[in-house]
Ligand binder design. Structure first.
Ligand code: SF4
Length: 358
């Protein structure tokens, strides 16, 4: 049960359990730090939605590139500041919200308001289970266009039924007093009043606290805010009933070059060895095409495959192979049941290719 009525005088603030949404970015890290400094017990929650770019970069595993060292930033923040962090997989449930957000999308396919509500609902449930006292986030008033305007922050609080139990330590002094402040669980004077998009205060604070390792906010971490991903996602919805989409169907939207061949079929071509290796793992599920004895993308055919579509995809594969300057290229086409055939194909011209690109 959530403990909303602790003793009037708190002798030891470590009795107070604050549960925070923790991305591991600078804002949520600082929010946790402000509460840790007041002696509270802090637990970080990091929800794995299936749309986190860093998680996917890690899954692709590019040992030759810097991304090989991509960390889980929430775990890193917890380890640096010495508080526990739980990673919770919500991907299957999250996709239902993404397909049908009550408050709509941002400039891409990002349903930021519903996303916050979704995560806070989950965190509220967690808080009840562990006997937490209140929730906190790293949100800053007016920092982000969609979800952090003052009325939106208020509306999110109401929709999650967290009235007064949601503290935003970085902006607390410009927001109404919350229950944790009123009850003395947290000292309002030790919180901040940051407002707006600037990040100077946060960066200065990070320096003062000796927090050196944190991801740059401009780095982007959510596929749903990415233009290319969003275009592919819209295409997926348009050509496949949204209700049928599962989180695993979205994995391939994150890799390769995508081409819609007709209403029921698309081709995905790997862009490098790492993507090719990843896509080859889908051999037993989809048709795969590769140029013979050449540097070649692995091409997947997703959907209803016909002979003319195999030939179309073979021309695309030839275009991206190392034999693209030849008149004809041998393409090995493999059915998911393991049967194979060779198609001799002319590399597709650039202009024609663009007609199909998603
Ligand atoms: S950017 Fe992505 S993770 Fe962040 S609030 Fe929006 S939808 Fe959620």
């Amino acid at each position: 049960m959530t403990n909303q009525n602790p003793p009037a005088r708190i002798r030891d603030r470590s009795e107070i359990k604050a549960i925070g949404l923790l991305s591991g970015g600078l804002d949520s890290t600082l929010a946790a730090k402000l509460l840790l400094d007041q002696g509270l017990t802090v637990i970080g929650l990091n929800y794995s939605t299936g749309f986190c770019m860093n998680n996917f970069r890690r899954a692709l595993d590019r040992p030759d590139q810097a991304s090989h060292r991509v960390r889980n930033e929430a775990l890193r923040a917890g380890s640096d500041l010495q508080f526990p962090v739980e990673i919770i997989d919500v991907a299957d449930e999250y996709i239902g919200m993404v397909m049908n957000p009550k408050h709509g999308y941002g400039s891409r396919m990002n349903p930021c308001i519903d996303c916050r509500i979704f995560m806070l609902d989950k965190a509220k449930q967690y808080m009840k289970e562990v006997g937490g006292h209140f929730l906190f986030t790293g949100e800053v008033v007016a920092q982000r266009p969609m979800s952090q305007h003052r009325p939106t922050l208020r509306m999110i609080e109401k929709e999650t039924d967290l009235d007064g139990l949601l503290l935003r330590p970085l902006s607390a002094q410009v927001l109404p007093e919350t229950i944790p402040e009123k009850r003395g669980w947290v000292d309002r004077n030790g919180l901040l009043g940051i407002h707006g998009r600037g990040r100077k205060v946060q960066i200065a604070l990070a320096e003062a606290y000796g927090i050196k390792e944190y991801p740059q906010p401009s780095g982007g971490c959510c596929h749903l805010t990415d233009e290319t991903f969003s275009r592919r996602f819209r295409d997926r919805i348009a050509f496949l009933n949204g209700d049928q989409i599962k989180s695993e169907d979205l994995v391939l939207l994150k890799v390769g070059r995508h081409f819609r061949l007709d209403d029921g079929c698309k081709a995905i071509l790997g862009r490098d060895e790492v993507e090719n290796r990843f896509m080859a793992g889908f051999r037993n599920r989809y048709w795969t095409l590769e140029a013979v004895e050449a540097g070649s993308p692995v091409t997947l055919l997703e959907g209803k495959v016909t002979d003319p579509l195999v030939e179309l995809a073979a021309a695309m594969t030839a275009r991206y192979s190392s034999h693209r300057d030849r008149e004809g290229v041998e393409i090995l086409c493999r059915h998911p049941d393991g049967s194979e055939r060779i198609v001799f194909s002319s590399p597709m011209a650039e202009m024609e290719l663009e007609r199909y690109r998603i």
